[in-house]
Design a protein around this ligand. Structure first.
Ligand code: C2E
Ligand code: CA
Ligand code: CA
Ligand code: CA
Length: 285
């Protein structure tokens, strides 16, 4: 009974502590408010940029494409990680404007690389709220027209979380397909109803989450999972991209397991456009 009483006491204290934390602003809240304020000015102040991470074909190591990733170097906060500022941008609706800017920047970059005679895809991450916005398809269509890129070289990366309304998502994905762009499912296997999406969504690529890839050389279960995802993708006529590849051992295993493409620090970190171009030149040489 003493133990029970002690537990009860601890629980009560726990509850009180929760209530206490909720009622006062924590440093985390302060930082979030600060991030939000600064993010509102980031575009105007020219603090956002896009970096590009190479994606290579697995058996050959040839360059296949690049994933565009947003960077924010804030005058007051310094470099802020996307894992921190993207959720804030999504919650505040700022992602709409930021997302349009990333699409325009990536398409202009792709047009420039095409003019150089390089054939590569550029993948852009699309947030759920961006994808659901009524103006999304129209903006994309205008951007394709003004930059003149081959739409097939643009890949939109969406996550499984877009599909709270599967019917609406399917209709929108078909609209995007009609524009000629390709679709990738990002972080595959980490969301819900993955299999339903495979059945219902018009897709081109399936990205195997870094979490599975990084464990695949150590744990049989992760290796089997990667093999199963690669097989599943093949059955559905999709290509797989292994994310977060950090070692030659992973490259060898992923190649064996039948993954088609890979990206990760083993090949290159995300690079600013100039460094990306130098990487490609060195890679082609
Ligand atoms: P993601 O789309 O899954 O992007 C892959 C993340 O893994 C990137 O982090 C990339 O830098 C990192 N990465 C790549 N290779 C390796 C590796 O070998 N090892 C490790 N440990 N990490 C690797 P990043 O750039 O910090 O982006 C984080 C997330 O933020 C992205 O995850 C994506 O969900 C989101 N994000 C980034 N840029 C954008 C954007 O322009 N729009 C939207 N909506 N989301 C974005
Ligand atoms: Ca991605
Ligand atoms: Ca991913
Ligand atoms: Ca992710």
């Amino acid at each position: 009974r003493n133990a029970e009483t002690a537990l009860y006491g601890a629980k009560r204290r726990g509850l009180n502590q929760v209530a206490l934390y909720r009622s006062i602003a924590t440093p985390d809240d302060d930082r979030r408010v600060h991030i939000e304020l600064e993010l509102r000015r980031a575009l105007q102040r020219d603090e956002l940029s896009v970096v590009y991470q190479p994606q290579v074909s697995l058996p050959t190591g040839e360059l296949h494409g690049a994933e565009a990733l947003m960077r924010w170097n804030s005058a007051t906060l310094g470099a802020v990680s996307p894992d921190t500022f993207i959720p804030v941008a999504e919650d505040t609706g700022l992602i709409g404007e930021m997302g349009r800017w990333v699409i325009e920047t990536a398409c202009r970059q792709l047009a420039e690389w095409t003019r150089r005679g390089w054939e590569l895809t550029v993948s852009v991450n699309i947030s759920m709220s961006q994808f659901g916005d009524d103006g999304f398809v129209g903006h994309l269509e205008r951007t394709l027209a003004t930059t003149g890129i081959d739409p097939h070289l643009l890949v939109l990366e969406i996550t499984e979380s877009i599909a709270s309304r599967v019917d609406i998502a399917v209709a929108r994905l078909h609209q995007l397909r009609e524009l000629g762009v390709q679709i990738a499912i990002d972080d595959f296997g980490t969301g819900y109803s993955s299999l339903q999406y495979l059945r219902d969504f018009p897709l081109d690529y399936l990205k195997i989450d870094r979490g599975f890839v990084s464990q695949s050389t150590h744990h049989a279960r992760d290796r089997d999972l990667v093999a199963t995802i690669a097989q599943l993708a093949r059955n559905f006529g999709l290509r797989t991209v292994a994310e977060g590849v950090e070692s030659q051992a992973e490259v060898d295993l992923l190649t064996d397991l039948g993954a088609d493409l890979a990206q990760g620090y083993h090949f290159s970190r995300p690079l600013d456009p100039e460094s990306f171009e130098a990487w490609v030149e060195a890679h082609l040489a």
